[in-house]
Design a binder for this molecule. Sequence first.
Ligand code: GDP
Length: 300
Amino acid sequence: LVRLRARLSRSQNALGKGLLTLLSREHLDEDTWEEVEDTLLTADVGVQPTQELVERLRERVRVLGTRTPVELRGLLREELLTLIGTDMDRTVKTEPVTSKPGIVMVVGVNGTGKTTTTGKLARVLVADGRSVVLGAADTFRAAAADQLQTWGERVGAHTVRGPEAGDPASVAFDAVKEGKEMGADVVLIDTAGRLHTKTGLMDELGKVKRVVEKHAPLDEVLLVLDATTGQNGLIQARVFAEVVDITGIVLTKLDGTAKGGIVVAVQRELGVPVKLVGLGEGPDDLAPFEPEAFVDALIG
Ligand code: GDP
């Protein structure tokens, strides 16, 4: 948690600081409220949530009358937390609903950080004493299976892979089968995500899902989104949501952007919580998404 704050604060708190500075002005005129709106929009909060937030802030500031910095900070903190949501279940479901192993599928556009996230998640689980099998079902990107296997070797997880350009669904099927035979606790399946052929993607992911579910239902489908891609990430989210039932969002590369508002926008879009955030390329740079820590990093 402390780490999350430390890692985020560098890039993120431009947003919170900016808002606090604006709200601290003696006279909050139309221009100021427009600036508040612009600040939120620039951070990718999205049009509707921005309008809602500004409306609530206006009303609360009006009721408050004179504002001390502490009051303003508290008010902004509360409103940002309301926007992000504090009552969603953000645990990654790795405990199987039916029989072992728990099955987690990781989806997203190539380059967003899918393989890296899969590796980091494996590390967290192994450190927690769980045995993990990795399924390298991204058979499209030539280096993806090697990359995943390297992660597997690094963190102590067995990797199941198929022939280059082979059938992703059969790799996924084999990974769950081996996971079962080995008595593994969790199988993490890394998938391919090329968006330029939407039908191909649909067919492929749909097939991976169907084939895996011959073994057991999926416990978690994590959509990986690159926080630096802004509104583009929302379009990706929509496409994936058409193909699979996404149960959680991983927002990567939050270490490199001040556009943390995408958390709000993407949760609205999909109606599912951000569960994990990527804060760097290293093995320890994956953190549970904690709204309080996130907002504290925003407003410093
Ligand atoms: P994939 O194609 O979706 O599997 O993407 P990769 O896992 O290969 O990641 C693409 C690039 O993004 C790599 O260089 C990763 O090291 C980098 N990356 C992944 N997650 C993060 C993150 O949270 N922060 C930063 N700064 N880089 C990341």
